[in-house]
Write a protein that binds this ligand. Sequence first.
Ligand code: CP
Length: 312
Amino acid sequence: MTADVRWNRKDLLGIRELSAEEITFILDTADAFKQVGTRDVKKVPALRGKTLVNFFVEPSTRTRTSFELAATRLSADVINISAATSSLTKGETLKDTAKILEANHADIIVLRHSSAGAAQFLAERVRASIINAGDGAHEHPTQALLDLYTIRARRGAIAGLHVAIVGDILFSRVARSNIFALLKLGARVTLVGPSTLVPRAFEQLGVSVSHRLDEVLPTVDVVNLLRIQHERQRKEYFPSIGEYIRLFGLTKARAKLLRPDCLIMHPGPINRGVEIDSDLADGVQSVILDQVTNGLAIRMAVLYLCGGISAR
Ligand code: CP
């Protein structure tokens, strides 16, 4: 592993607090774990004897299974808990639930929660490593790390690239974590969507804001499409889905505006035919399944690094 910084964090709560060197260190560490995935024996003993709890209070397919597989590949013991099967349904608090897990010697807790700040709340109250697997509309750090890993693997570097993030930015933890990570590593970022979901206030983060997708598409190296997050919206932010597709959907006609080497990304879950045409999602410019595969190496790296600190 070729990094020039030491890792000294027991928790991964967000990208905002990481330095560019720490982000690069995680990506480089993931490179080593990606190699492990190509071997006949895909397991390493790095977390043997450690217990990881996958604590998902919000639904997930990709992130939960990816963390479970990553922990298994690192030889940790894994327990999965969902909101529906936990005593949260009986009124137990998040803190008490975490304390119970810790009393059972959980070393790492991977938390997905609907409230922004939930991961930080636990990190300040338990000794176990806390890994944020998405907290409300705040951050989703491992998603941003796997997105950057995928871009770097395809384009060689992040610095100097122009990345468009399209759709529901206001309610997106994926967008926030990607913005922080891309800017720290020297990319240019343009956010695109309806003014109600992409207000000009985002410019304060150091990004550009546009409400005209057709003008942005020919200028970008990467287009990252986001789902409309109806579960977090409390009112209507655009007239209709048809109107949204007409103005902001990546249709086949609109995709002709892209450079041939522009990468098409989506964190999932995809609403095919809404934010992206189904054929484009499966097409030659799409790296959506690479993102999933790379997510495993990134989560192995994060568990290895943070789990190593918690073990001291
Ligand atoms: N991208 C992502 O977080 O997907 P899941 O909600 O399926 O975990």
